[in-house]
Design a protein around this ligand. Structure first.
Ligand SMILES: CC(C)(COP(=O)(O)OP(=O)(O)OC[C@H]1O[C@@H](n2cnc3c(N)ncnc32)[C@H](O)[C@@H]1OP(=O)(O)O)[C@@H](O)C(=O)NCCC(=O)NCCS
Length: 210
């Protein structure tokens, strides 16, 4: 897949709502986000970072940070959830997802800043990822999490995911859900810009799914 142009990517931004109605923007990561993204990971609690990276890590290794900001490389995408905090656009969450065309599946991981956990942002971001998966034509979306991660397991269960063992790692459980591409809804009711664009004009997705 070719690298994506940021001019193109901006049209895929979405505005979600927290439980109390605060606007949260979800957009693709840009190179200018590198430092803020690393600071975001450093500021996560040890427990949240452990859960996100499935092991101990104080920050993203430089090579991984490079990959995070290289949106579209090998069909891997990173998004940040941002909100204005004290007048500045601030990263309050992130997600990374990868599309595997062979299995028509999207694999993802996500995190929300500890200060903003419990505000319904994780749930809204998860729905947004499902919508992005539908736009790709994915038939299934899944993630792996530590068996001890009660918050992620509860979020996945509430969001209609089923559970199975993660192949090759007994510490993890896999949560997965079928994506309902066949449901006909009007473009304006669609939760994410990418699918809205795809529904209006299938060729609009050509820059994302090469
Ligand atoms: C898991 C995580 C993403 C949830 O995000 P969040 O924004 O706090 O979740 P929400 O506020 O949207 O909560 C949605 C549902 O998740 C469940 N949930 C969230 N936090 C929970 C907790 N601490 N304990 C139990 N259930 C929890 C609840 O069922 C909740 O619904 P409810 O509020 O109606 O009861 C967040 O805790 C996080 O970032 N954790 C660290 C990183 C991580 O574990 N990532 C997952 C690896 S893939």
């Amino acid at each position: 897949m070719s690298r994506l142009r940021f001019d193109d990517l901006r049209q895929y931004s979405d505005v979600l709502r927290s439980r109390h109605g605060q606007a949260v923007t979800v957009r693709f990561v840009e190179p200018r986000d590198a430092e803020a993204l690393q600071n975001y990971f450093r500021a996560l609690s040890t427990r949240s970072r452990y859960n996100r990276f499935l092991g101990a890590a104080s920050e993203l290794p430089p090579s991984e940070l490079e990959r995070f900001i290289d949106v579209g490389e090998a069909d891997r995408f990173s998004v940040v959830a941002t909100m204005p905090v004290d007048g500045r656009e601030t990263i309050v969450g992130e997600a990374r997802y990868a599309f595997d065309s062979q299995t028509a599946a999207i694999e993802f991981g996500l995190s929300i800043d500890d200060r903003w956990q419990g505000h319904g942002i994780g749930r809204a971001l998860l729905k947004n990822l499902e919508c992005r998966a539908a736009a790709f034509g994915a038939e299934r979306i899944f993630g792996d999490t530590l068996r001890s991660n009660d918050a992620m397991i509860a979020l996945a269960r509430k969001s209609g995911y089923g559970f199975t063992n993660t192949p090759g790692d007994w510490r993890l459980t896999r949560f997965q859900k079928d994506i309902q591409n066949h449901v006909r809804i009007e473009p304006q009711e669609i939760l994410c810009a990418s699918w809205r664009l795809a529904a209006v004009s299938p060729s609009a997705m050509s820059s994302l799914a090469v």
